[in-house]
Design a protein around this ligand. Structure first.
Ligand SMILES: O=P(O)(O)OC[C@H]1O[C@@H](O)[C@H](O)[C@@H](O)[C@@H]1O
Length: 327
């Protein structure tokens, strides 16, 4: 897995510079991103980026297309394997009601369905595993859809440069004290309780998912503002949860205030915490930079725990036991 992660910035650039044909969907007022796990995180990223645009965005991590979808809706289906039942189900519903559709997969049932129904499809090869392919999928989708999504090329290139910069500091050729991912992995001894601000949700959820799949440990992730109405009470008791605060340089002023109060509360309760602060820059740069740093943490943690990050036996077990034909 290291070998793939060490190349993330190169993969990002290659994917964005690939031959994939760009497409511009017009007359859309609603976009649905359908995908599970790492493919769902890509939807979360676009949801953050588009949160200030006039386009209504839904991220569907499940089987059901929102009732508001119609022929002015673009449904973007993302599945690295191309065989994820939930994602295929949303695509089938979208095709039935004449949504505009495009799908990205390495092949599988999604490619078969698109070929049969003449739905736009782009093949993006799987690199190692669906979650490690995250970066090639993100930048291939950006290549194909950045005009439709109104994302500027310069913002995309800036984000690749940021991946290059952080890569040299956190990759496996720098196993020193200056490696932030390694340091965070060394610090984690219990269950990470991840807090994230509005706009950086994808980083918190992806970190949780990668801790689960790579390090095979429990983890929890909450929006910090919401947690100030419920989750914070849990710190009144001792536990083996460890707070990790993912803070954005440009968080809303009231979010910044919450971070300060939360830190004060943790200090009063004698609870050690870690702060991970985003870089300055565009939202895409912030998100991919954090995801890279935190994903690497999960691989270093897996190694520390003598755990092979690659296999996900329990997910395989669930999939084997699913009665796909009954969906
Ligand atoms: O992108 P796919 O192939 O639909 O997979 C979605 C998710 O499916 C899970 O089963 C995988 O273990 C995740 O890592 C993955 O992100």
């Amino acid at each position: 897995m290291y070998a793939v992660y060490d190349r993330w910035s190169e993969i990002a650039r290659e994917s964005f510079e690939s031959e994939q044909n760009m497409v511009n969907f017009d007359h859309i007022n609603h976009i649905v991103f359908a995908g599970m796990g790492g493919s769902g995180t890509i939807g979360d990223i676009f949801s953050s980026i588009l949160s200030r645009s006039k386009i209504h965005v839904n991220v569907v991590k499940g089987y059901v297309l929102p009732k508001t979808a119609d022929s002015n809706t673009l449904v973007v289906s993302i599945s690295v394997s191309g065989n994820t039942a939930e994602t295929l189900s949303v695509l089938e519903s979208a095709q039935k009601i004449n949504c505009k559709t495009i799908a990205f997969s390495s092949g599988g049932r999604i490619l078969d369905f698109c070929t049969k129904n003449k739905i736009q499809h782009r093949v993006v090869p799987q690199i190692h595993s669906p979650r490690a392919s995250f970066v090639s999928y993100l930048y291939s989708i950006l290549k194909v859809l950045h005009v439709t999504l109104g994302i500027k090329q310069e913002d995309i290139l800036e984000s690749i440069e940021e991946l290059e910069k952080i890569g040299t500091r956190i990759n496996s050729s720098n196993l020193t004290d200056s490696n932030m991912s390694l340091n965070l992995a060394k610090w984690i001894t219990g269950i990470p309780m991840i807090y994230y601000p509005f706009g950086l949700q994808s980083t918190g959820i992806r970190f949780k998912n990668s801790l689960n799949e790579n390090a095979k440990i429990h983890a929890s992730a909450e929006d910090v503002i919401e947690a100030c109405h419920n989750g914070v009470v849990s710190w009144e008791k001792k536990s083996n949860f460890q707070p990790i605060l993912i803070e954005g340089q440009d968080d809303h002023i009231k979010t910044k205030e919450r971070w300060q109060i939360l830190k004060k509360l943790l200090q009063q309760n004698d609870i050690e915490y870690k702060e991970i602060i985003s870089i300055k820059g565009g939202i895409l740069s912030k998100l991919v930079n954090l995801i890279y740093l935190l994903d690497y943490t999960t691989i270093y943690l897996a190694i520390k725990l003598n755990t092979d990050p690659t296999p996900v036996k329990s997910i395989d077990f669930i999939k084997k036991n699913l009665k796909i034909e009954k969906i």
